[in-house]
Ligand binder design. Structure first.
Ligand SMILES: Nc1nc2c(ncn2[C@@H]2O[C@H](COP(=O)(O)OP(=O)(O)O)[C@@H](O)[C@H]2O)c(=O)[nH]1
Ligand SMILES: [Mg+2]
Length: 256
């Protein structure tokens, strides 16, 4: 979704396949503006995703932590999208900033929410010994703890923006970093855990609007410089997942 981006042919084909091309064409003709909130646990990939969407530059240093919200604007076929990330950490400053942004977004026009998750593969300032076993596999305890953080982050967000009176219009759960966890044998299970597991129960408690779950990967990156990518997630899948996401954003934003 680059500055002044046009909708690509593959996205149009997808919209046609879903039977919503007319709805989206009508919507983009209105050239309206929309707010998108990008939330998620620290290290799940929010900043990289934002840059990837707007600047086409996803290079983020692993220890580049943001303590306040980051905002960028992108135009897609004349419609303006304002994208806002909030910091994921638990520190006082970060939490305060996050809650300020939620309060701001609870007023005015409804908001589309993109929850960035990554099956627990959060990369940040953690010590390698916390993340890896001696044999260099990732500790189950690390992944479990980080997956709990993912649930915590969406619960907190929907506490403020969900509910009958809430300003959340739709939710996309981005299951990011597919380059790490996607394999033909087990990749589907990872996505299903977000579709059917306790994650969905928590979402359902606070939000009854439209919810889509999208596999995604911003880039290939060796996890903590230690664990290589799975090798099954190639550029064809990456661009297909990206088109699917853009089509889904257009679908959800253009519904009445
Ligand atoms: N392997 C992999 N790493 C990613 C992906 N997206 C982001 N990262 C890396 O994960 C780390 C944390 O990303 P960042 O955007 O800072 O996370 P944030 O704390 O949620 O803003 C960075 O080192 C990113 O380069 C991805 O799709 N795959
Ligand atoms: Mg960040």
């Amino acid at each position: 979704m680059l500055e002044q981006a046009k909708i690509g042919v593959d996205v149009l084909l997808k919209l046609e396949e879903w039977g919503i091309l007319d709805q989206v064409v009508k919507f983009i003709g209105l050239k309206t503006s929309h707010r998108l909130l990008i939330v998620g646990a620290s290290g799940s990939g929010k900043t990289a995703f934002l840059k990837h969407l707007v600047d086409d530059d996803s290079h983020i240093l692993a220890d580049e932590r943001s303590s306040i919200d980051e905002r960028k604007e992108g135009k897609l076929q004349g419609s303006l999208f304002e994208l806002i990330t909030v910091p994921g950490q638990d520190g006082q400053i970060e939490r305060g900033n996050r809650l300020d942004v939620y309060r701001e977004l609870s007023r005015g026009e409804p908001v589309g929410i993109i929850h960035v998750t990554s099956n627990g593969y959060h990369e940040g300032p953690a010590k390698l010994a916390e993340v890896f076993n001696e044999d260099r596999s990732v500790r189950d305890s690390y992944l479990t703890e980080r997956r709990n953080e993912e649930v915590k982050s969406i619960r907190e967000c929907l506490t403020h923006l969900g509910g009958n009176q809430g300003n959340a219009r739709w939710l996309i759960t981005l299951v990011n970093k597919a380059d790490i966890w996607w394999t033909p044998e087990h990749g589907r299970e990872v996505v299903e855990a977000y579709e059917n597991g306790s994650y969905t129960d928590v979402v359902g408690e606070f939000f009854q609007g439209p919810h889509a779950i999208c596999r995604y990967s911003v880039r290939n990156q060796v996890f903590y410089g230690t664990m290589p990518v799975s090798g099954f997630y190639d550029d064809t899948l990456r661009s297909r997942d990206h088109d699917n996401l853009i089509a889904r954003i257009l679908d959800l934003s253009s519904r009445d």
